[in-house]
Every structure is written in C-alpha cells, then in structure tokens.
Design a protein around this ligand. Sequence first.
Ligand code: FAD
Length: 295
Amino acid sequence: MKPPPFAYHAPATLAEALDLLAEHGADAKVLAGGQSLMPLLNMRLAEPAHIVDINRVAGLGGLRADARGVRVGALARHAAVERSAAVAAVQPLLPAALRHVAHPAIRNRGTVVGSLAHADPAAELPAVLAVLDGTVEAVSAAGRRTIRAADFFAGPLESTLRPGELAGSAFFPALPPRTGAAFAETSRRHGDYALAGVAAVVSVDEDLRVSAARAGYLGVAAVPLVLDLTRRARQAQAGRPPGDADWSGVAGFVRERLDPETDIHAGADYRRHLAGVLTERALRAATADALDRAR
Ligand code: FAD
C-alpha cells in the first residue's frame, strides 16, 4: 500500500524543526529512521498531515558514554549504539538488547530514540530504559524537559511527549558498582518482535552477597513493566555461600505478578510462563556478571 498524502518538511536546523512541530502540533509526525513510521503510513494506521524529517538536522546524532551513563541523540542509529565499545563498557544492556532488535538492515537505519518514542510494548529498548530508570529529554520551541522512563510510556504506541515536542535524546544510566546485567527474550524467529523478554540487573554487596535485583519486561503489558526483586534476591541468597543465590523460585513469583494479553502471536499463559523462565535465566546471568565486575 501507499501512504496517504502529507506535506513533507526537511528542516536543516533544530530551531526550524521545532518551529514546524510547534506550528503543526498534533497534525505532525517526526520521521527519524522510518522503520516503524513508514509501515504505519503505508498500512494507513497513521495519517499525519505533516511529516517533519529530522535526518538533515545537524547535532542530533550524538552518542556519548561516560562514567554516569550513555546519552543517545535522536539520530543515533541502533547499529552505531550496538557497535560502540564505549557504550558496551558503560551500559552492556544496550548492545545485549540491540542484538535482538529486528535485523541488521533495520538497525542500520532505525534509531534508539525513535524506538522509545514509538513506545511499542514488545520493543526491547523501552524495557531497558525502564529497568535502568533512564530518561528522555523532550525539546520544543517552549524549552526542554526531562521525562523519567516511568512517566514516559503511556500505553501501546503512546508516549507522554506532547504535540510540538521532539525527543532530543535519551539517557541510559551506567550500571552502579558491583552490579551486573543480562537480557533474555524469546521470539519465533531471530529478529522478530519478542513474545516476552526481560532485562535484569543484579547487585552484590562488598561481601559478594546478592543484595538487590530489578527486572524490566517487554511483551507482557501495555507499557514496559518493572519488578523490584530485591526482597526475592535477599531470600535467594539467604543461608548460601556469597554469590550462590538460588533463583529457582523466582519464575513462579514473576508469573503471579504479570497479567499479559492473549493475541495472535501467543496466549497469556504462555507469555507468563516465558517471562518466568526468562527471568530466572537472566537473573542467573546478571548475578554472574555482577560477581565478575565486583571481583
Ligand atoms: P520512525 O519509524 O522514524 O518513527 C517511529 C515513531 O516514533 C513515529 O511515530 C515518529 O513520529 C516517532 N519518533 C521517532 N523519532 C522521534 C523523535 N526523536 N521525537 C519524537 N518522535 C519521534 N523494533 C524493536 O524494538 N524490536 C524488534 O524486534 C523490531 N523488529 C522490527 C522488524 C521489522 C521488519 C521492522 C520494519 C521494524 C522492526 N522494529 C523492531 C522497529 C525498529 O526498531 C524501529 O527502528 C524503531 O521502532 C523506530 O525507530 P525509527 O528511528 O525507525 O523511528
């Protein structure tokens, strides 16, 4: 199918882009990598009167990794973030999750910030941003504001960006000291959207005892869901040698807390089952990673 008619704008500066977004408000859509927007247009699931293509705007492609975390500009492509050694050193969940995002051709064009703005509950990066308590910086002609992940995802394909706002960048905090991470998902074929997936973060204390854990889920709720598993982590460690946490009960615990939907891809029970199994697997891997980093 072909997209419905729209006015195409290709601003060269951020100020021009923001003026266009301010002028056209809810009638405008930002075009970044186009890997989600173009299919939506072609299937006539979105019919914006104006498309504001930001690909020529200078200064939006930044990618910076330092001790505090990773700042990803609006035009940084999935592939650039996935392949950056600096990013991997500071926030290993990014490349771990990005390897599961679609296929190389799509990752060469699609953007990390575009994926967050698209807010697909089955997408990997929103769950990563959520489990890390990261932020999105919204910019508009009226100024800037920082939105925490917990306040950013409003529903399937719905964020709390306002008409006239552009997501200028996203910030993924670095892992704290003595903390490890792991990502696990199940999809029918590699590169498909996941049936369920989890990003897990585990911390150990100075004695290498497991002391905290969090898990962020995709594919099991309307928005990325985060479970604080710290109490479970302490129970898993209790009475056992340092670092030798027993995660075997966690799958049942997680299953009881999730209420996924049935759709054409998988039933609710199967998604719940997957989320439990994947959580256990990811927590084990994240614990091993935390021990490696702490030693
Ligand atoms: P676009 O398509 O340009 O935009 C998507 C939406 O976000 C639009 O509404 C647009 O207006 C808005 N938007 C984009 N950037 C901004 C911004 N800076 N500020 C405000 N709004 C903005 N994704 C996954 O996570 N996992 C997968 O497994 C996966 N599989 C895929 C398989 C296929 C075959 C395809 C075609 C895509 C797949 N994707 C998958 C989607 C892909 O990751 C997209 O790149 C991503 O979702 C959107 O990024 P984009 O830059 O292409 O955004």
